[in-house]
Design a protein around this ligand. Structure first.
Ligand code: ADP
Ligand code: MG
Length: 569
C-alpha cells in the first residue's frame, strides 16, 4: 500500500514496498485487542483443577491431549501477529518458571479487555500502559511483602504440597501423591549448595534429571531410579544381563580399530598373510579389553562403537557393555556414578571407575533397556514414567516436568503463596486502594489492573461451575475483612474457603512471573498503533486483495501473509 503525498505534484511517494498491507490507529488497535482476547478465550476453560482438557489434532492427524496452556498454544497454528505475542507470553513463562502458563494468558487477556473499556472512553493507550506498569510493580511489592510465606527450602511436606497443587489441574491428579514424592526426592537429591557473592544459594539444574516414559502398566508404576536409564540393549547376547556391585568404565572413545583417514590399499597374496593381518587387529582389540579388565571394571558404557571382536572378548570376561550412548547420557552417567569420562583407553585406571549397586538389562514392554541404579548420592537421576497409553504418558511427562519446575522454584526461591485465586483477590484489593494515589487517568488504569487480577479467581469459579457474582462478593468480603490472604476459590468443594487448610500452595516465583509477563505483553500490544505486513515475496505470501484495514481480525486470513511481520522484528 502506498503512503501518498499528493500536495502539488500529484505524484504519490511510496515508502512501503508494493504489496505491503498496513493497518493503522483504531483499526490496528482493535484488531490486536480482538486477537489477543481470542487467544485468552481459547485457554481460559482449561484453568484450574476443574478446567477442561483440550484435544489438539495436527495436520497429519496426530492428537495431543493436554491442559497445559503453553502446550495448547504451541500446537495451534496462530496467524495473527498480536495473537502470536500472546502465545509468546505462555512460552516465556514456561521457560522461566515452568508453570502458570494458562494464568499468564488469562491475565494478559483480562488486562487487554479492561484496557479496551478505557480506550472506548478516549483514554490514551500509552497512559494505560504506563498505569499498568506502575500497578504491576505495586502488585509485586504487595505480593512479596504482605502475602508470600517464607519457607524452608528443604521442607519436604511443603514441597509435596506445591508439587501436588501443580498437578491438581492435570490428568494425573489422582496419582499426584505418588508422583510428588518422586519429584520432591529427585529435586532435593540434585540440589546443589553454591556460594554466590558470599551468600549460600541453592541451585537445581534440571538437566540432571532424565525422564524416560513408556506406555504400559499404570501411572502408579512410575519409578524413581537412583541412577540412569539407558534406552539401549547390552551389546552381546552372551554377556551377563545383570551385575551387582557394578564398577563402571565410562568411555567416549570407540572400542574399535580406527580406520585411517587416507584410503590405503593392502595387498594380500597368501592366506597366511590374511591371518596375520586379522590376528594383528584382534590382538589390538584384545589388549583394549585387557586394559578394561585390569582396571577392575565389570561394566563398560561407551559413547562410540564397540567392534564385534571386542564384544566377544568382553563377553568372555563377563563384562556388560552398552554402546552408542548419547553424549548427554554419558554426562549424566558420570554425575550419577562418579565415573570419569575416559577419552583414551590407555589412560583408564581403577580410580576412574564409577559405581552402582546394580546394572541390569530389563524388559520394558517390548524394549530392552539398561538400568544403572542404586548410586550413592547421585547428582543425576532418572524418572521412569508409566501410564495406560501413549497419550497418558505424554501428559504425565508434562505434568511431572511442571511439578519438577514448581519444586525447583521453591527450593531456589523459598517463598510460597496460597493458591485458588486467594493472592490475586488480596493484591487486587490493595492495588485498588493504592490507585487513588495515582494522578488522573493513570488512576483509571490502576483500577482496571485491579479488576484484571480478579480474572484468575473468577475464571476458576466459572470453570468450577460456581456462581460468579456470589463468589466474587464472598471473596472480596472474606479477603478484606480480617486481612487474611488465604481465602480463595475451593473449586473441588465449590465454595469460598481457606485454601491453606486445603494444602493448596504455589511458588511465589510463578505468580511473580505471571504478573510480570502478562503486564509486559498487554502493554506491548496496547502500544501498537500500526501494523505493517510486508508481502513475503512477489505474490507468494501476499495478503488476499482487500485484506488491508480490518484484514487481521480473523485467523488465517491469508496464510503466510504475516510472515513479513516477523522479518521486521
Ligand atoms: P497454569 O497453566 O496457569 O498453571 P493451571 O490449570 O495449572 O494453570 O491452574 C492453576 C490455578 O489453579 C492456580 O491459580 C492455582 O492456584 C489453582 N488451583 C490449583 N489447585 C487448586 C485447588 N485445589 N483449589 C483451587 N484452586 C486451585
Ligand atoms: Mg499449572
Amino acid at each position: 500500500m502506498s503512503a501518498g503525498n499528493n500536495q502539488g505534484q500529484g505524484v504519490p511517494i511510496l515508502i512501503l514496498k508494493e504489496g505491503t498491507a498496513e493497518t493503522k490507529d483504531r483499526d490496528a488497535k482493535r484488531n490486536n485487542i480482538t486477537a489477543a482476547k481470542l487467544v485468552a478465550e481459547v485457554v481460559r476453560t482449561s484453568l484450574g483443577p476443574r478446567g477442561m482438557d483440550k484435544m489438539l489434532v495436527d495436520s497429519i492427524g496426530d492428537i495431543t491431549i493436554t491442559n497445559d496452556g503453553a502446550t495448547i498454544l504451541k500446537e495451534i497454528d496462530v496467524q495473527h501477529p498480536a495473537a502470536k505475542m500472546m502465545v509468546e507470553v505462555a512460552k516465556s513463562v514456561d521457560n522461566e518458571v515452568g508453570d502458570g502458563t494458562t494464568s499468564s494468558v488469562v491475565l494478559a487477556g483480562a488486562l487487554i479487555q479492561k484496557a479496551e473499556e478505557l480506550i472506548d472512553k478516549e483514554v490514551h493507550a500509552t497512559v494505560i500502559a504506563d498505569g499498568y506498569q506502575k500497578a504491576s510493580e505495586k502488585a509485586l511489592e504487595i505480593l512479596k511483602k504482605d502475602i508470600a510465606i517464607k519457607s524452608n527450602p528443604e521442607d519436604k511436606t511443603l514441597l509435596n504440597k506445591v508439587a501436588i497443587t501443580s498437578m491438581a489441574s492435570k490428568l494425573v491428579a489422582n496419582d499426584a501423591q505418588i508422583l510428588s514424592n518422586i519429584v520432591v526426592d529427585t529435586v532435593l537429591s540434585i540440589a546443589e549448595n553454591l556460594k554466590e557473592d558470599g551468600a549460600n544459594k541453592i541451585k537445581v539444574d534440571i538437566d540432571n534429571i532424565k525422564v524416560e516414559k513408556k506406555a504400559g502398566a499404570s501411572i502408579h508404576d512410575t519409578q524413581l531410579i537412583r541412577g540412569i536409564i539407558l534406552d539401549k540393549e547390552v551389546v552381546h547376547a552372551t554377556m551377563p544381563k545383570k551385575i551387582d556391585g557394578a564398577k563402571i568404565a565410562l568411555l567416549n572413545c570407540p572400542l574399535e580399530i580406527e580406520k585411517t583417514e587416507m584410503s590405503a590399499e593392502i595387498r594380500i597374496n597368501q592366506p597366511q598373510q590374511m591371518h596375520r593381518f586379522l590376528d594383528e587387529e584382534n590382538k589390538m582389540l584384545k589388549s583394549m579389553v585387557d586394559k578394561i579388565k585390569s582396571s577392575g571394571a565389570n561394566v563398560v558404557l561407551c559413547q562410540k562403537g564397540i567392534d564385534d571382536m571386542a564384544q566377544h572378548y568382553l563377553a568372555k570376561e563377563a563384562i556388560i557393555a552398552v554402546r552408542r550412548i548419547k553424549e548427554s547420557d554419558i554426562t549424566k552417567l558420570s554425575k550419577a556414578t562418579g565415573a570419569k569420562i575416559i577419552t583414551n583407553i590407555d589412560e583408564l585406571s581403577s580410580t576412574d571407575l564409577g559405581s552402582a549397586d546394580l546394572v541390569e538389562e530389563r524388559k520394558v514392554e517390548t524394549d530392552k533397556w539398561v538400568f544403572v541404579e542404586g548410586c550413592k548420592n547421585p547428582n543425576a537421576l532418572s524418572i521412569l514414567i508409566r501410564g495406560g497409553s501413549q497419550k497418558i504418558v505424554d501428559e504425565a511427562e508434562r505434568s511431572v516436568h511442571d511439578a519438577i519446575m514448581n519444586v525447583k522454584d521453591v527450593v531456589e526461591y523459598p517463598y510460597v503463596i496460597v493458591g485458588g485465586g486467594a493472592p490475586e483477590i488480596a493484591v487486587s484489593q490493595q492495588v485498588r486502594a493504592w490507585s487513588s494515589s495515582l494522578s488522573g487517568r493513570e488512576q483509571l488504569a490502576g483500577e482496571k489492573f485491579a479488576d484484571a487480577l480478579e480474572s484468575i479467581p473468577l475464571v476458576l469459579t466459572e470453570n468450577a461451575g460456581m456462581d460468579i457474582i456470589d463468589t466474587q462478593v464472598q471473596l472480596r468480603a472474606k479477603s478484606g475483612s480480617s486481612g487474611k490472604v488465604r481465602f480463595g476459590v475451593d473449586v473441588l468443594e465449590g465454595r469460598v474457603a481457606d485454601l491453606a487448610s486445603k494444602d493448596v500452595y504455589e511458588p511465589l516465583l510463578v505468580k511473580e512471573q505471571i504478573i510480570k509477563s502478562a503486564t509486559e505483553t498487554a502493554s506491548l500490544i496496547l502500544r501498537i498503533d500500526n501494523v505493517i505486513a510486508a508481502s513475503k515475496s512477489k505474490g507468494a505470501g501476499a495478503p488476499p486483495p482487500g485484506a488491508g484495514a480490518g484484514g487481521y481480525g480473523g485467523y488465517g486470513g491469508g496464510a503466510g501473509g504475516y510472515g513479513g511481520y516477523e522479518d521486521m522484528e
